[in-house]
Design a protein around this ligand. Structure first.
Ligand code: MOS
Length: 759
């Protein structure tokens, strides 16, 4: 991590700095809660102190007496919030739980009331003065708690089929070498820097929402449904998001409540939910459990892969990520048997969190792979090589491209893997036990429909308009680069407008699809601009391009060119009598059809890729980690991690490097630090703040080496890009766990790996 500009290799674009970097580091970037509105009232949420039961009574007397209190919304007076389907069921909500619709309490921290006052302080004080009497019932907190309900996902979801192929139980029984192990992963919370904030204002019956969002069109449609108004009367603005990681992809209940309050008061209302409220009013990564069996021949070839998993959800929602659809295509298994179950408990509904399926499921698979390598006395990299595949073992569908072993080779070389002594506990430096481990990273390549508008002005500047989202990833930069490249102008001549539902729609910034979806349609719109300019130039009487063949024309370095004829763009525009050329384009993956775009306008998402479709589309990586564990204190340190990744065309090696490095840091966090703890008696989170929710600090993160492995894939999408925002944090959990085993001989199968598990 020396801060050097990442190298530009084959099939990679310019590593230009982030165009929003200065705005962000100077504080000039306005996040949704920073946007000034005239005469706002301030809101404070009052949330449940029990996880299951009913509100018996709410005494608002003392709260209303607080000077400055304007209104208190409760289930008795809030007005109607209509039901909205969840994201997984084709709607936009993160949960089917509608607070303030009844006295029912589904989970700890559910919104029970919202106070609105002249100041934030008055609203908060009044919130604490509301006296709530509960009829409490005993909640079920987590796996193993009395009262949870377990259901196979295949029974409750039409979208999911458990991958199964051959007779895996029989093949496992007959295998010469077997491993069988249970793994578990904890709840984790996103904790974005920009909290869960919402500002709503009504102007002439039209609603404007300033809220950090990964899907402004989804929010527009969802809020309109909840309030029973025309979506055309809703405007969602979110040019900066302030971190999201999945938590701002679906609608939370707060938006409609703030909108109702603003309508009642006839005044803008501003809510900044507190950090601890963010743990229960939004989504999070669910706890998972896994039972994995791998059976192999002595040559290491895997004859049987069996994986049963359990995912925790809320009482009314069967949210699940079912990551076996990815793990089942990872290796050339001889047979597969999988089953995923959802377990309903008295919890808030979980949701997307960076690489939702792959983080828990690949942790389980890649840990089991390391256990298999140990049982075989085989090098872990060699085991991956023996089982590498270019197709789905069950159906034979080919990968469009797969550079897994190239990644292993590049990372192993950079790491110095050949110097590893295989025996656990055999590498030591004084008091420090040294462990080296590795694991596979993968993420499905997905793309959705999108629309964009491009304007090329006579001064050679370009404006790109698309309601995609920069959640902190560099989307402004790479979308601008795509337009700059195609229109032959310098990147600093391009202005990109994102995150506003008044712009042409783009998909949710989820599933790492933004670069593929947005740049594909931006290129299409740029091509339309080029075509109009070229046609005008070749048909313009007396101009230098008159009569030239259309194909001869190009735009380069701000000039219209054809062979050795070249004219500055501003001169060309003047001669043509044009002030600007503006074009609008739509694009959609062929398998979805044009309805995908009109559905997107209505806030309905569709995406293709990954394990779906006729070919498998995935990005890959290999991650290597060194751990040092103090022999006396069992303190775990990670002095270095090396990741090599192949993700098709890399738009910008610098932003790609940052995404992957950030992902690996998150991976270390997940492996060693992060877990949301729950009190099993009360089903309440106990570390819902950034002091007790452990995260790595700079001192925990030492050398992180990211290697970009060149790869070309012309099939995944027009740009040939594979999303990589959710790739880097996938292999790290298992790589760390495998390194801990190598250091100590202790296999920790329950994340995070903390000191007490190694004593
Ligand atoms: Mo990401 S968890 O797909 O928003």
């Amino acid at each position: 991590m020396d801060g050097a500009v990442p190298e530009r290799k084959a099939n990679m674009g310019d590593p230009i700095p982030r165009v929003d970097a200065r705005l962000k580091v100077t504080g000039a970037a306005r996040y949704p809660s920073d946007v000034p509105v005239a005469d706002p009232a301030y809101a404070f949420l009052v949330t449940s102190a029990i996880a299951r039961g009913r509100i018996r009574s709410l005494d608002l007397g003392a709260a209303k007496a607080v000077p400055g209190v304007l209104d208190i919304l409760t289930h008795e007076n809030a007005g109607e919030i209509r039901p909205l389907k969840t994201f997984s069921s084709g709607g936009q909500a993160g949960s089917s739980i509608v607070p303030l619709d009844s006295a029912r309490i589904w989970h700890d921290g559910q919104i029970l009331a919202m106070v609105v006052a002249e100041t934030y302080e008055a609203a908060r004080e009044a919130g604490h003065r509301i006296a709530i009497a509960y009829d409490a019932e005993k909640p079920s907190a987590t796996f193993g708690s009395a009262g949870v309900e377990t259901k196979p996902v295949a029974k409750v979801s039409k979208a999911h089929k458990d991958p199964t192929f051959g007779d895996a139980p029989q093949a496992f029984a007959a295998s010469a070498v077997k491993v069988e192990a249970d793994y578990s992963t904890p709840a984790q919370h996103h904790n974005p820097m920009e909290l869960f904030t919402t500002t709503c204002l009504w102007t002439d019956g039209r609603l404007t929402v300033h809220e950090p969002s990964q899907f402004v069109y989804g929010m527009k449609a969802g809020v309109a449904t909840q309030l029973g108004i025309d979506p055309a009367d809703v405007h969602v603005v979110s040019p900066f998001v302030g971190g999201a990681f999945g938590s701002k992809g679906s609608l939370t209940a707060r938006t409609a409540i703030v909108a109702l309050a603003a309508r009642r008061l006839r005044r803008p209302v501003k809510l900044v939910a507190t950090r601890d409220q963010g743990f229960t009013i939004a989504t999070y990564r669910a706890e998972t459990r896994h039972s994995v069996k791998l059976g192999a021949g002595r040559d290491g070839r895997i004859a049987a892969y069996l994986h049963e998993a359990w995912e925790l959800s809320s009482r009314p929602d069967d949210y699940n990520v079912s990551g076996t659809t990815s793990t089942a295509v990872m290796y050339d298994y001889g047979s597969i048997a999988t089953r995923v179950n959802v377990v309903n408990a008295d919890r808030n509904t979980p949701g997307f969190m960076r690489s939702p399926p792959e983080v828990p499921y690949m942790y389980a698979l890649e840990s089991a792979m390391d256990e298999l390598a140990a049982a075989l006395k085989m090098d872990p990299v060699a085991l991956r090589r023996v089982n590498d595949t270019m197709k789905d073992p069950a159906t034979g569908r080919p990968y469009t491209s797969r550079s897994l072993m190239q990644c292993y080779d590049a990372a192993a070389q950079a790491f110095g893997w050949s110097k590893r002594s295989p025996e656990p506990g055999s590498m030591r430096d004084g008091d420090w036990l040294i462990g080296w481990g590795c694991a596979t990273a993968t993420y499905p390549t997905q793309i959705g429909p999108a629309a964009a508008r491009i304007a090329l002005a006579s001064d050679g500047t370009v404006r790109v308009q698309i309601a995609a989202h920069d959640v902190g990833t560099g989307a402004y930069t790479v979308i601008g680069q795509a337009a700059a490249n195609r229109l032959g102008v310098a990147p600093d001549r391009v202005t990109v407008e994102l995150g506003d539902s008044a712009l042409p729609p783009a998909p949710v910034a989820g599933g790492s699809n933004t670069t593929a979806s947005a740049t594909s349609v931006v290129l299409k719109a740029c091509d339309a601009v080029r075509a109009r300019l070229f046609r005008s130039a070749i048909t313009s009487n007396g101009g230098p391009f008159a009569g030239k063949p259309f194909e001869a024309l190009d735009i380069r370095d701000g000039h219209l060119v054809a062979g050795d004829v070249s004219q500055r763009l501003d001169d060309a525009f003047r001669q043509l009598g044009e002030s600007a050329i503006e074009e609008y384009a739509e694009s959609f993956p062929p398998s979805l059809g044009p309805d995908a775009v009109s559905n997107l306008y209505k806030g309905r998402m569709s995406m293709v890729g990954g394990p779906k479709g006729e070919k498998l589309m995935f990005a890959f990586g290999a991650e290597f980690v060194e751990v040092r564990i103090n022999a006396r204190t069992r303190e775990v340190r990670v002095p270095r991690a090396v990741g090599a990744f192949a993700a098709g065309h890399i738009m910008n090696p610098r932003t790609a490097h940052s995404q992957l490095m950030g992902g690996m840091i998150w991976g270390l966090s997940s492996a060693l630090h992060e877990a949301t703890e729950i009190d099993e008696r009360t089903a309440r989170y106990v570390n819902d703040n950034l002091a007790d929710y452990l995260l790595p600090v700079n001192a925990d993160v030492q050398s992180i080496d990211v290697i970009l492995v060149p790869e070309e894939d012309s099939e995944v999408n027009p740009m040939g890009v594979k999303g990589l925002g959710e790739l880097g944090n996938v292999g790290t959990n298992a790589a760390v766990a495998n390194a801990v085993y190598h250091a100590t001989g202790r296999r920790i199968r329950d994340l995070p790996i903390r000191i007490e598990k190694l004593l």
